[in-house]
Design a protein around this ligand. Structure first.
Ligand code: KG4
Ligand code: ZN
Length: 333
């Protein structure tokens, strides 16, 4: 079975073809970063208009890269939430239109579940139970996966998401947008011990707080304007990574699980990837780190989640009805 998946929840227009063995036949991601960069963040209206222009060319490219004909696709899927309403509608409308035209089922996918399935693209044999850290621009959570489709949220951020903190720190320091990859690159040449920053809520349950850390960086920079930006970036990244890794390991151990995985845009961060792998080795926990391209928003992860959801529930349920709507505030449950 081939699935064509579309992802338009935020500022990437993406399409992918994935087969029933979760092999990625193609994955096309068209980023709108340059359109939003002058504003220092995603502008919803601009995102929706760009998705409208890009969605069909991106789908065509995905079909052509996979070397298939679109009428060979047996399942059409799109992210139904969470995300920007106007952006989600474009992908969902396109996938439903294809489903109608080719008389195939449609599946609406939860974007968080997609991030979780990036680990399945990496290791198709991955089986629950396992612990997941989902870290993106809009969300930060620790999710216990007891079974696919059955999730317990153990902790989440009480203020900013981790990616949001990376982006805001970079913006304040005049480094550009999006901040995550820029800080990642700068930190590589900085001294993570030169600027000592707080580790908010480090030993305080599974919830996170990144707003105070962001403010601490801003204050430090105001008070020490001579600080090398690479050291500030390294110090901030080290603090964020320590908190994320510590809580992921603690949750895995507390829940007696032997596998932990990471997903979401911030899971592309070099220091986080290295820290989680090292922590896993120390604690004797298996670690699954998806390829960087499947951490940031992409449609292959949506395709993997869609195949599993379709195998589990078919397309009769509400998320997959052609009459279903997008859910901008959709949660994982
Ligand atoms: O998952 P994603 O692509 O979109 C959302 O669902 O939000 O995540 C985007 C976030 C942005 O905040 C971006 O700065 C961050 O992921 N990010 C990174 C890196 N690459 C992307 N953060 C840290 N290091 C990176 N290498
Ligand atoms: Zn995402």
């Amino acid at each position: 079975m081939l699935v064509l998946a579309i992802e338009t929840s935020c500022d990437e227009t993406a399409a992918a073809i994935v087969d029933e063995r979760v092999r990625v036949l193609s994955s096309v991601v068209s980023t709108q970063v340059e359109l939003h960069a002058p504003f220092g963040g995603v502008v919803p209206e601009i995102a929706s208009r760009a998705h409208l222009e890009l969605v069909l060319p991106v789908v065509q490219q995905a079909v052509s890269d996979a070397g298939i004909r679109i009428d060979e696709v047996e399942l059409f899927a799109a992210t139904r939430g969470p995300g920007l309403a106007g952006a989600l509608i474009v992908g969902v409308a396109a996938a439903k239109a294809f489903a109608l035209v080719f008389d195939r089922p449609f599946v609406g996918v939860n974007h968080h579940e997609g991030h979780l399935y990036a680990a399945v693209l990496q290791e198709p044999d991955l089986a629950p139970p396992f612990m997941t850290l989902i870290v993106s621009g809009g969300h930060t959570m620790i999710v216990a996966t007891d079974a696919f489709g059955c999730y317990r949220i153990l902790g989440r951020t009480v203020d900013d998401a981790a990616g949001e903190a990376f982006d805001k720190v970079a913006r304040y320091c005049g480094l550009g947008y999006p901040g995550g990859p820029i800080i990642d690159q700068l930190a590589a040449t900085g001294d993570p011990l030169a600027v000592r920053l707080p580790r908010p809520m480090l030993h305080d349950g599974y919830d996170f707080s990144f707003s105070g850390l962001k403010t601490a960086v801003v204050r430090y920079f105001d008070d020490h304007p001579q600080t090398r930006v690479v050291d500030l970036a390294a110090g901030f990244q080290a603090a964020a990574v320590e908190v994320l890794t510590t809580k992921l390991v603690k949750a895995t151990v507390d829940e007696h699980m032997d596998t932990m995985v990471i997903g979401g845009g911030v899971a592309a961060n070099s220091a986080l990837r290295a820290a989680v792998v090292a922590a896993g080795e120390t604690a004797g926990i298996r670690v699954v780190v998806p390829d960087r391209a499947f951490c940031t928003d992409n449609a292959a992860m949506i395709g993997a989640a869609a195949l599993a959801q379709f195998a589990r529930d078919g397309s009769d349920g509400l998320p997959s009805s052609l009459a279903s709507s997008v859910v901008p505030g959709l949660r994982l449950s």
